[in-house]
Design a protein around this ligand. Structure first.
Ligand SMILES: [Zn+2]
Length: 156
């Protein structure tokens, strides 16, 4: 692994193998005899910053064990249990539509009316749609009739 250090005499940046630490060399710039220092965090960091991302990873690997994780001084506020800021004023509601209520002069407008209600509520507000059946006494024939409808739960 390479490291970078400065000549103490002329401040020339020099590069050396970490394994050469302790060896005496002549500075190539000013010819002063200098001892190659031990690799430490400063010159290894300089190396990491001076070279490629690959060297950066190497630096990361060489971080000493005694470095403790930085303590978070400012605690982020915990997110509220229910994020309702966007549609906080909306309440959960339900609407039952019985098919018999949609029959006008013998014409079944059930599909049409449900479609209109759904588009008024808006797809994103709809929580559930439940089909239902019910019985009622037909006023004309006075017989018990079974019919169907739909229950829509929505926010609105
Ligand atoms: Zn020098």
């Amino acid at each position: 692994m390479d490291m970078i250090f400065a000549c103490p005499n002329c401040k020339q940046q020099l590069e050396a193998e970490a394994s050469m630490a302790g060896n005496e060399i002549a500075c190539p710039s000013c010819s002063t005899a200098i001892v190659i220092p031990e690799a430490d965090i400063m010159n290894v960091r300089a190396n990491a910053l001076a070279t490629s991302a690959g060297a950066k990873e190497e630096y990361h690997f060489k971080v000493p064990d005694h470095v403790e994780p930085t303590e978070t001084l400012i605690q982020k506020p915990k997110p509220p249990l229910e994020v309702t800021a966007k549609d906080g004023d909306k309440k959960l509601r339900m609407k039952c539509i019985r098919r018999t209520d949609c029959v006008e002069v013998g014409k079944d407008r059930f599909d049409e009316i449900v479609t209109e209600i759904l588009s008024n509520i808006g797809e994103s507000n709809i929580k559930s749609i439940t089909p239902l059946t019910y019985t009622h006494i037909d006023l004309g024939s006075r017989q018990l009739m079974t019919d169907f409808g739909v229950m829509i739960v929505y926010r609105g």
